[in-house]
Write a protein that binds this ligand. Structure first.
Ligand code: PHE
Length: 407
């Protein structure tokens, strides 16, 4: 559940549905699933094997398995920290919108007004920083309670609830008059749109969506029990994550088309278009929607914080509570910069997902594919072809997308 929580996040809600529509509907979904199976899952297995065999934090794990590459551990930890910082800004907006929807302030909202509200939220430093701090504070409270009592318990309760909420929204959305156009946008296959950038986008998205390359999966796997199965955990997480993304698509796009609005991606979809649409359907739906986003974001942010906290606890001998406090303070500082200066936000996003994540993912695949004893890896992944995917396909594809995205 915790791994599923880490995977399911803003990536599923605000990027996936739009990407699908932009890049050829069902054709893109097929490529996305292929990318998951051939590249992202093997990397997931690699991270998981590293965590499960070393039973320590990201830096310690790499130092143990590949001392020469141990500094890549810092790259992954830094990536987690940076993602946590800008992700918390968006988490803060979700909190802000949840409070607004609880107060019924979206009643009868028009598109122009929605733009004004969001511009106001984004440009008011006090509002965005304080909401970011609340979100980060919630994240810290869950993580400080511990792996089982905090992260585990939160995930076991919130992920099933989240799933029910999204299914409910999809049900409402699909029954709207004119929803058919949105369904068409998502499913109509258009293979002519599948160019190299589309494929790179599918791969990049599946990396981000499965939380790869930053040590989250590694750290969670270090808490696995001996009898837990790496293959199973990875397969379930990927399946749930993909299913969730597709259902989120059906929750969002039919509503967008039914309202006759052009689909968008990112903040404007979640914080402008959707409040307008969902507020036309009563006071409860916006509340459910923003609560769902808040939970999805929290279940991901705890997995980013845990990476840094595990490192401070295992390597620096800090107490868990102090470690959480220290990372909270540092992320609050960078998060404030992200909340106030849009350029800092977008640079953090770009640098962490296009550079740091790729370095981390490449290192994890190479260490498991080329450094660890073959028998040991096969004991976890069982099938020879999975081992070959880790050794050859994953590293080559990571380099290929990194180059495509940076050019
Ligand atoms: N997988 C999360 C999402 O889709 C983001 C994430 C990235 C979480 C890296 C943890 C680590 O939103």
């Amino acid at each position: 559940m915790a791994m599923a929580g880490s995977a399911v996040g803003l990536g599923n809600i605000w990027r996936f549905p739009y990407m699908v529509g932009e890049h050829g509907g069902a054709a893109f979904v097929i490529v996305y699933i292929a990318c998951c199976l051939l590249v992202s899952l093997p990397i997931f297995f690699s991270e998981s094997i590293i965590g499960k065999t070393t039973r320590t934090d990201t830096f310690g794990a790499l130092e143990f398995l590949a001392p020469k590459a141990k500094n890549v551990g810092y790259v992954a930890i830094l990536a987690s920290f940076i993602i946590l910082s800008f992700y918390s800004v968006v988490g803060g907006w979700s909190f802000n919108y949840l409070i607004r929807s609880l107060g019924g302030s979206f009643n009868g909202l028009g598109m122009e007004q929605a733009r004004e509200v969001f511009a106001g939220v984004g440009s008011s430093p006090v509002e965005s920083v304080s909401c970011m701090l609340v979100f980060l504070g919630l994240t810290a409270m869950i993580v400080v309670a511990g792996v089982d009592k905090g992260i585990g318990r939160f995930s076991k309760i919130s992920i099933p609830v989240l799933f029910v909420m999204v299914v409910l929204i999809a049900w409402v959305s699909l029954r709207l008059p004119g929803a058919g156009k949105g369904v068409e946008y998502l499913v109509k296959p258009d293979f002519s749109k599948l160019d190299a950038p589309a494929i790179a986008a599918a791969l990049g998205q599946s990396f981000f969506s499965l939380s790869l390359g930053v040590g989250s999966i590694l750290t969670y796997s270090s808490y696995m029990k001996e009898e837990d199965n790496v293959l199973q955990a990875g397969a379930w997480t990927a399946l749930f994550d993909t299913l969730f993304a597709i259902i989120a698509g059906f929750a969002i796009m039919p509503a967008v088309f039914a309202a006759g609005i052009e689909p968008a991606a990112g903040p404007s979809l979640v914080f402008e278009t959707l409040p307008v649409i969902f507020s036309r359907m009563g006071v409860v739906l916006p509340i459910i929607f923003f609560l769902a986003i808040l939970i999805a974001a929290l279940s991901s942010s705890i997995s980013m914080l845990e990476v840094v906290v595990a490192w401070l606890v295992d390597q620096k001998g800090m107490r868990r509570s102090y470690a959480v406090l220290a990372v909270f303070a540092a992320a609050a500082a960078l998060g404030s910069a992200c909340a106030v200066v849009p350029r800092v936000f977008s640079s953090c996003d770009f640098f962490s997902s296009n550079v740091l994540m790729m370095i981390g993912a490449l290192a994890f695949a190479l260490i498991v594919g080329w450094k660890m004893p073959r028998e040991e890896v096969l004991r976890h992944v069982r099938f020879e072809f999975v081992y070959s995917l880790i050794r050859y396909v994953a590293p080559i594809m990571i380099v290929a997308i990194a180059v495509t995205n940076l050019l």
